[in-house]
Design a binder for this molecule. Structure first.
Ligand code: KIV
Length: 251
């Protein structure tokens, strides 16, 4: 059996050209299945808001929501790295508050790394959290916590200027001490350029196959909804159909 996955091991995977597999997780039984499947990083994303809690967007997710789900998932995680999102407004107000809240995720829920959205502007915050001994993953490209400012979800990195902006952001996040960066809905050529410009691994979602790893939302992956999957989602089964059949048979 493989040993514990750490931030150092994820950087080594990039050096060896091995792809990194990340999946969102919101509960204990799913965490056990993910461990059995050999997932590298089990991740309590703030997408718990829309996928489990019925919120309209990630903006409503609180630190207490994330802590609650992390405590459940923690009990199922063994060898995978256990990553959690810092939710909206848990790290934007001040660096002190960001460090304190990242510390709560570690102390109260056994989280092993945290993810924050933002480019250069968030680098000082990342630096302080890393100095407190907590590994940090960055997140650039489409940033769902910036929904109000950006006015919707669209592909990023399509122009030369935007490509350079994303490379500069990735370098600043790396220099601040992050061990990895999520690239969400980034033009595929730009995602490759960003991946080549830094030594820490990039984890793509809707950003093409040339990132160093991929993250998928669990509910998309297993088809837990009846509707059509997002264009960037990889659906490997349609759980919603069999659950619905089972419930109707029972009823
Ligand atoms: O919360 C989440 O699911 C995420 C992924 C989209 C990367 O942050």
């Amino acid at each position: 059996m493989a040993g514990k996955i750490t931030s150092v091991e994820l950087i080594r995977k990039k050096e060896r050209g091995e792809k990194i597999v990340v999946v969102t997780c919101y509960d204990y039984p799913s965490a056990i299945l993910m461990e059995e499947a050999g997932i590298d990083v089990i991740f309590v994303g703030d997408s718990v808001g829309s996928n489990v809690l019925g919120y309209e967007s990630t903006l409503s997710v609180t630190l207490d929501d994330i802590l609650h789900h992390c405590k459940a998932v923690r009990r199922g995680v063994k060898n995978a790295m256990f990553l959690a999102d810092m939710p909206y407004m848990s790290y934007q107000v001040s660096i002190e508050e960001a460090v304190r809240n990242a510390g709560r995720l570690v102390k109260e829920a056994g989280v092993e790394a945290v993810k924050l959205e933002g480019g250069e502007e968030i680098a000082p915050t990342i630096k302080r959290i890393v100095q407190a001994g907590i590994p940090v993953m960055g997140h650039i490209g489409l940033m769902p916590q910036h929904l109000l400012a950006h006015g919707g979800f669209k592909m990023t990195g399509k122009t030369d200027a935007d490509r350079l902006r994303l490379i500069a952001a990735a370098e600043a996040i790396q220099d601040a001490g992050a061990f990895s960066i999520t690239l969400e809905l980034v033009d595929h050529d730009t995602a490759e350029a960003v991946s080549r410009s830094i030594h820490i691994p990039t984890i793509g979602i809707g950003s093409g196959p040339r990132c160093d790893g991929q993250v998928q939302v669990y509910h998309d992956l297993v088809g837990y909804y009846g509707g059509d999957p997002f264009r960037h989602a990889s659906q490997y089964t349609k759980l919603a159909d069999s659950v619905s059949v089972a419930l109707k048979r029972y009823a």
